[in-house]
Design a protein around this ligand. Structure first.
Ligand SMILES: Cc1cc2nc3c(=O)[nH]c(=O)nc-3n(C[C@H](O)[C@H](O)[C@H](O)COP(=O)(O)O)c2cc1C
Length: 205
């Protein structure tokens, strides 16, 4: 059982990373392996070239996007973390996730969650932004006892956010539970529902 923790901050060991470490420690207590994947803060934005169509990978190599797709595919669950930048996610993460989800389209059935780190405000809209990738991809979003955010300007401040830390531990426990339920379900012959061929409309036809 493995959960991928994605660090969308340019700071490899900053506040977002501190939140991911709290998750990793709780997953470890639950017997779940974790890996932290560092997003390239200079990741190229999606240029809508469409070269990914049907391929499941982006045409641009070398900035971690295709590696990220593979790592999500190989994991049993994924948690995406971002610092809050002007009430949104970091630019590097936005570029990465646009290309990951546009190329791959779907990680259907994979449990997922968003975590955001901010000094003071804008956590809600950044959290929503990450959840939008999941909820267009048939991915079950795991929740906690609050919207997953931590507050602080430094890692030392983040660990003082006791409620934020607890929300993360609860999230790790809830995701462990969901992954185990899915595993047991598979053993009992319960598979993720087959998807219909996609119907795409643009509201006028
Ligand atoms: C460009 C930029 C924009 C930011 N915008 C916000 C914001 O809207 N709200 C907020 O509370 N903090 C904001 N911050 C502060 C970071 O979100 C906060 O320090 C975060 O915890 C840093 O996480 P990190 O150490 O993982 O990079 C911003 C920081 C930067 C660099």
């Amino acid at each position: 059982m493995k959960v991928l923790l994605i660090n969308g901050s340019p700071h490899k060991a900053g506040c977002t990373y501190t939140a991911l470490c709290e998750l990793a420690a709780q997953f470890q207590k639950n017997g779940v392996e974790t890996e932290i994947f560092q997003v390239d803060p200079k990741a190229q934005s999606c240029i809508a070239c469409g070269a990914c169509k049907g391929k499941g990978r982006c045409a641009f190599e070398g900035d971690g996007v295709n590696e990220c797709i593979k790592k999500i595919e190989d994991s049993d669950g994924v948690i995406i973390g971002s610092p809050v930048y002007y009430a949104n996610i970091s630019g590097g993460l936005a570029s990465t996730l646009d290309r990951v989800f546009y190329a791959k389209k779907s990680f259907a059935g994979k449990p997922c969650a968003a975590v955001v780190s901010c000094r003071r405000g804008g956590a809600g809209s950044a959290f929503d932004r990450i959840n939008k990738y999941f909820s267009i991809s048939c991915m079950p979003i795991v929740s906690s006892s609050y919207w997953n955010s931590v507050h602080g300007n430094t890692p030392e401040e983040v660990v003082q956010d006791k409620e934020g830390m607890q929300v993360l531990r609860t999230l790790a426990n809830n995701m462990t539970w969901m992954i185990r339920c899915i595993e047991e379900g598979k053993k009992a012959g319960i598979e993720f529902p087959e998807m219909e061929a996609k119907i795409t409309t643009n509201f006028i036809r």
